[in-house]
Design a protein around this ligand. Sequence first.
Ligand code: FE2
Length: 430
Amino acid sequence: MSFDLIVRGANLPDGRRNIDIGIKDGRFAAFAPQLPGEAGAEIDAAGYLVTPPFVDAHFHLDATLAAGFEGRFNESGTLAEGIAIWSDIRGRISADNFRTRALAYCDLAVSQGLLAIRSHVDVTDPRLLSVEVLLDVKKQVAPYLDLQLVAFPQMGYFSSPDMPNNVVRALDMGVEVVGGIPHLEPTGELGHESVRRLTKLAAERGLMIDLHCDENDDPNSRNVETLAYETRRLGLQGRSAGSHLTSMHSMDNFYAGRLIQMMAASGLQAISNPLANMFLQGRFDTYPKRRGLMRIPELMAAGCTVATAHDSVLDPWYPLGKADMLDVAFMTVHAAHLSSHAGMRDCLRLITELPAAILGLEDYGLAVGNHADLVVLQASDTFEAIRLRPARLAVVRRGKVVAETPRVESRLSLTGRPAAIDTFAIRAGI
Ligand code: FE2
């Protein structure tokens, strides 16, 4: 059999080692040790881990790389200051600036093997300039990156008389997911009402819904309960997600246990943002400082589809980040105590197959017949990939290499020691 591309000697996340991957017409055609046959091109992955591409289920492409815009930085590190800065600057950002930052981030994402992003886009500004630009960016990057947009009323659905219409206008323009932020509504009751209105809108239009929900340290912030109830009542199972859910960290265990069972029974998906949540939450605590994280292992054990996402990179909410989903996995190991080997394998699933399911990506994953999309990492297995967050040696999309990074090594000038070392190869047990 002839192939367009063969990736030789790959280690796979399921534990198989030294597997050849045959690719034909943009799809996976064979996985086998020492695959016979010829190929137009080969990638030598001997000893390296090959994963499906990373997927970010929660991001803000309109705000990314805007940290320091007009000299404004979030000095307090709070969610409130981030929102205040963004509210002040967004009306003065030009279309060119939105486009330049979004495309630059997509370039960075591809270099890191991140090939699918769900991005919220703020619809507060009635011009909907960022919506227009990001819909255009979505078309431009489509050959190499799946971009899914969420109509996001950043200040709340009831924050102004225009907002419900702005959400609908964005959906009419082509945005495919309904967004919201119930915990930021003027009253608790309006928060629940926003969930009812937005889930109804999603159901009527046959769309997915993804609400920023209960992103605070208040154990009584319980909009997720209404979201789970409406998801089940309206038949939105499998296309309704609650993002953040940080209040869940502070809830008492009895209520949290009941809520988790209700979420699982409702088919509600949950998207955590460990980097941004660890940074922004707990800011009003003295000691101990709460982690402000949804209960990831417990939700997974109950059968919920959970993803971990980046949320922000270099924006008014989070001043760090480099489009590296392995940074998210690394933080998840610590913050969610997913530290066993099985837990680490889950941390990889939380940035690959699980968010792919939430986005509804078709033909995703390392299996015959699926799109030939993969990442070759300079690490031997899942544990090492999360520990090292190493170089992405090759990123393949539809059978074509879209990004490459040379193998990293460090040169040493030490008497009696090697002249160069592969820092990613020094591990326990060598
Ligand atoms: Fe967010």
